[in-house]
Design a protein around this ligand. Structure first.
Ligand SMILES: Cc1ncc(COP(=O)(O)O)c(C=O)c1O
Length: 393
């Protein structure tokens, strides 16, 4: 039997990615270590490439159906990982998560309507609202000692009569939280009371790190489920974002009908054959690799925290509940050194020769932070941390 021992899987090999049209590597100057955009430097589970190769033994890549077995694999994976399935009748395949978010904004809101965005958050959330001529209704997350919570009082206060939707990042990128049942219940109560549709972006959910369990907001019960669009994807989980694929689950038949119509109208109801094959293979065979990955990431988080605690304590590195990004708090260091965000970014890029994601691009609350992508072999990560410590320590 394959166990979840990280040593049985290879997270150590540095696969050269320069020259592969990698956004992460090829957009960053030679010599600078790229620890920014959220893909991983690990090879995905072997079963994915094997399944694609097997499919390519037939020469024709014609228009394809999404097979029943794809939906079965998705449902079984969700049940196994999060104790809650995704029955086929509730699922629509979508070309990727963000197109799925945009289609939801388009079909469940009108131009000028408000959409709640909880900042700091994954940058495209803001743009997807603005691109559709809707209003960003800002709800700030509250941070204390590196731990973030919802500000429910503010949320209640900022919702006006034309606010129709809440974009929930669950787990949250970049702050690394898995919202607890109590937190989700409070948001769900508010969504019901204020008549909001909830878009729950759960792309990071499978990367819950021990001992944290993940619960999606729709899992709280039928009332909130009936007004929720849940978006999931194997992209982050199995490091196949270049395949581009997602699934949207909606329990309410009327909402689902409207959403499917919007997907068709926006041309986002289409997924490629390799994406479907990769997803099914990942969901069917990728769990031992995923368990090992989670172990590797959890240990890496501890090591990064130890490096900052021992060698650069002016930088806060909070625990991570899910995913492979760490939200580093440079505020104290910036105050001590008199560096503003742009100056800090320049120092990191030009002197330390590391590329992190710049906090302010995550919206209000991102000032003074940098996001570090830790999903890379530890030798490379150690080198990056050494460079940061050498320059800023
Ligand atoms: C919260 C969140 N949603 C969506 C995406 C992107 O998903 P996709 O590439 O499927 O649009 C990301 C990628 O980093 C993300 O962090």
């Amino acid at each position: 039997m394959i166990t979840a021992n990280p040593r049985r899987f290879d997270f150590h090999t540095q696969h050269p990615r320069r020259g592969t049209n990698s956004i992460k590597w090829d957009l960053v100057p030679e010599g600078r270590l790229p620890l920014w955009i959220a893909d991983m430097d690990f090879a995905p589970p072997q079963a994915i490439a094997e399944a694609i190769r097997e499919r390519l033994s037939h020469p024709i890549l014609g228009y394809s159906l999404v097979s029943e077995s794809f939906y079965e694999a998705l449902d079984a994976f969700q049940r196994e990982q999060h104790l809650r399935g995704m029955p086929q009748e509730e699922v629509s395949v979508v070309s990727a998560v963000m197109p799925g978010v945009k289609a939801a904004i388009e079909c469940f809101t009108e131009p000028g309507d408000g959409v709640v965005v909880q900042a700091p958050v994954y940058t495209p959330f803001f743009q997807s609202v603005r691109d559709k001529n809707r209003r960003v209704v800002l709800n700030h997350l509250r941070e204390q000692d590196g731990y973030y919570r919802f500000d429910l009082d503010e949320l209640d206060a900022v919702i006006d009569e034309r606010t129709r939707m809440l974009l929930l990042c669950s787990p949250h990128n970049p702050v690394g939280r898995i919202w607890t049942r109590a937190e989700l219940e409070a948001v769900a109560d508010l969504a019901v009371r204020r008549d909001l549709i909830v878009i729950s972006d759960e792309i990071h959910a499978d990367l819950r790190l021990d001992p944290y369990k993940f619960l999606g907001i729709a899992g709280l019960g039928p009332e909130i489920a009936s007004r929720t669009v849940t978006l999931v994807s194997p992209s982050k989980t199995f490091n196949i974002p270049g395949c581009a694929v997602a699934a949207a689950a909606i329990s309410d038949p009327e909402l689902r009908k409207r959403y499917r119509k919007a997907l068709k109208a926006t041309g986002t109801d289409h997924v490629t054959t390799p994406a479907v094959i990769a997803t099914e293979a990942a969901y069917r065979h990728g769990t031992p690799w995923l368990d090992a990955l989670r172990g590797y990431l959890a240990e890496t988080v501890q090591q990064v925290r130890a490096v900052f605690a021992e060698r650069l304590p002016q930088v806060g590195a909070a625990p991570v509940e899910a995913s492979f990004v760490m939200w580093l708090d440079f505020r104290r260091l910036q105050r001590e050194r008199g560096l503003d965000d742009e100056q800090l970014q320049r120092v990191l890029r030009e002197q330390a020769q590391v590329e992190l994601s710049h906090g302010p691009v995550f919206g209000p609350g991102g000032e003074g932070f940098q996001r570090l992508n830790i999903a890379t072999p530890r030798t490379l990560l150690r080198e990056a941390l050494d460079r940061i410590v050498r320059v800023l320590g």
